[in-house]
Design a protein around this ligand. Structure first.
Ligand code: FPP
Length: 267
């Protein structure tokens, strides 16, 4: 594993960098199995890889990095595996928060935190507080997260607001729905990366990824190096994002200084 502190050079103009990269860190178990080791060995290496990828994302100037660390469905795994992943999350936050602070990283968490242990919840709150004055990369970790559950929570909150007369039915639009999701205030992911070669979305950011580009890395998460990350960003830089329009319309919008393609994210 390369030492921390290195930057992989990126052959992509700044304007082609994704603002928000979301990652499905898949393949820890298979990586360990290939080496004749227990699954948790893969998670341990996976947590090490997180440090490197977070640092690299900040160095490249990516604004938001969302990491899918533990899904709603992952609660159904064997108890000891769940325990190890929760322990690794605690260990990561305790060990890395000062370094994250030094790197000017901000911290957010999405998901149903009510299912987490009080000690992990406390650590999350403390880490948020410690990093709250920072202005760099937003590290957004999805823990106990499922997109369907997130959308259901948002629908219930909106229904309560309507019932209380604070919102009218007519005011419900896509922007309002977004503002009730866990990711409120964050840009939608421009790029979703999944490692391990599996071609699935696995209940991750279903609403937010409506116009994301997808990149499926052939390597398992513990092998997802800075160079692999650079390949994904370079691939993103080569994509034409049309947001439902034609190529000619996109070219026109890009040449018109008063309109940007960003402003055309509608249907
Ligand atoms: C998916 O691989 C990975 C997970 C469910 C856990 C991810 C957790 C970490 C990388 C460690 C802690 C995270 C942070 C943010 C510090 P899998 O077990 O589904 O692999 P498989 O598909 O090969 O079985």
């Amino acid at each position: 594993m390369p030492p921390l502190g290195l930057t992989t050079l990126l052959n992509v103009p700044r304007s082609s960098l994704p603002r928000h990269v979301a990652m499905i860190m898949d393949g820890n178990g298979r990586w360990a199995k290939q080496r004749g080791r227990p699954r948790v060995f893969g998670h341990k290496y996976g947590a090490e890889r997180v440090r490197e990828i977070v640092e690299q994302a900040g160095q490249w100037g990516i604004e938001v990095l969302t990491l899918y660390a533990f899904s709603d469905e992952n609660w159904n795994r064997p108890l000891d595996e769940v325990g190890v992943i929760m322990h690794l999350l605690e260990h990561y936050l305790r060990k890395e928060r000062d370094e994250l602070n030094r790197q000017n990283v901000q911290f957010r968490v999405i998901g149903d935190l009510s299912r987490l242990s009080p000690s992990l919840r406390k650590l999350i709150a403390e880490t948020k507080e410690l990093l709250s004055a920072n202005s760099g990369l937003i590290l957004n970790v999805a823990i106990s997260y499922g997109a369907r559950a997130e959308i259901t929570r948002a629908m219930k909150m909106i229904a309560s607001e309507v019932a209380a007369g604070r919102i009218s039915k007519e005011q419900i639009d896509q922007q309002l729905v977004s503002s009730f999701l866990d990711t409120a205030g964050l840009p939608d992911p421009d790029l979703v990366i999944r490692t391990s070669g599996e071609l699935r979305i696995s209940n991750f950011l279903l609403w937010q990824s409506a116009y994301s580009e997808f990149y499926f890395a052939p390597v398992m998460w513990p092998d997802f190096t800075r160079d692999e990350f650079a390949k994904a960003i370079q691939h993103f830089g080569s994509r034409e994002r049309r947001f439902g329009m034609t190529s000619a319309q996109v070219a026109q919008a890009n040449s018109d200084s008063s309109t940007s393609v960003e402003g055309l994210r509608t249907c």
